[in-house]
Design a protein around this ligand. Structure first.
Ligand code: 13P
Length: 256
């Protein structure tokens, strides 16, 4: 039995509040006939979240944040705490996206701290892992992913593992138009699940939602989502237009 799919859109640094209102309203209308067979969320920039929440009210679209700090308070200029997110009605958060690892010094250790802070506040983390092209071609893909898993999920309980989402995003497939082939993605997802099985046992590993991310489009989503160990998608570019994202969601929903 496959796990329930979770399709989410990471808007990165795109869309003002006004643009968010417009796109979410459009998406809501285009999902009027959606059969509800999978979970849907969007992650706008912080300042557009309130607009997204208002526009998504009464729809199946969840609205989350793209980052959270691990401290409760203190001298961390520019950051927001999990309690602040929770108070703003935010129940989903992306953690450790490769762009944050690449440009903002995020490490497996800070990913772990942020994940624990989110879980403690009752916010569902979408924890991103993935290898670079250099790491894959150098034969280091599995060791990089293993370290991201062992260090990034340290101290996370089995129960918490069923309350979060793992997003596997090969860095070489992000925003490049190059998607991992369904076979490549499935093989890597199976490997990731085997690492969770080693840490938590097969029964828990079988419940973990593992999304794929990297150039997912309406045209390739069905093929990817049909793979045994792929449980959803974290979508960048194709989530920015309601036309594309609704088509992508409906194509995935048609599978179940
Ligand atoms: P693209 O879908 O634009 O490749 O981005 C993927 C991504 O980084 C989602 O978090």
């Amino acid at each position: 039995m496959k796990r329930r799919l979770f399709i989410a859109g990471n808007w990165k640094l795109n869309k003002t509040a006004a643009e968010t209102t417009e796109t979410v309203a459009d998406l809501k209308a285009k999902l009027a006939d959606f059969n509800g067979s999978l979970d849907v969320a969007l992650f706008p920039p912080f300042l557009s979240i309130a607009a997204g929440q208002a526009a998504a009210a009464g729809s199946p679209i969840g609205i989350g944040a793209q980052n959270v700090h691990f401290a409760e308070s203190g001298a961390y200029t520019g950051e927001l705490s999990a309690a602040m997110l929770k108070e703003a009605g935010i129940e989903l958060v992306i953690i450790g996206h490769s762009e944050r690892r690449q440009y903002f010094g995020e490490t497996n250790e800070t990913v772990n701290l942020r994940t624990k802070a989110a879980l403690a506040a009752g916010i569902k983390p979408f924890v991103c892992i993935g290898e670079t092209l250099e790491e894959r071609e150098g034969g280091n893909m599995e060791s990089v992913l293993k370290a991201q898993i062992v260090e990034g999920f340290a101290d996370i309980t089995a129960e918490q593992m069923t309350n979060l989402v793992v997003a596997y995003e090969p860095v070489w497939a992000i925003g490049t138009g190059v998607t991992a082939s369904p076979e490549q993605a499935q093989d890597t997802h199976a490997y990731i699940r085997s690492e969770f099985a080693a840490l938590y046992g097969q029964e828990v590993a079988d419940k973990v939602i593992i999304q794929y991310g990297g150039s997912v489009k309406p045209a390739n989503v069905a093929e990817l989502m049909s793979c045994e160990d792929i449980d959803g998608a974290l979508v960048g570019g194709a989530s920015l237009k309601a036309d594309d994202f609704s088509a992508l969601i409906l194509n995935a929903a048609a599978l179940s």
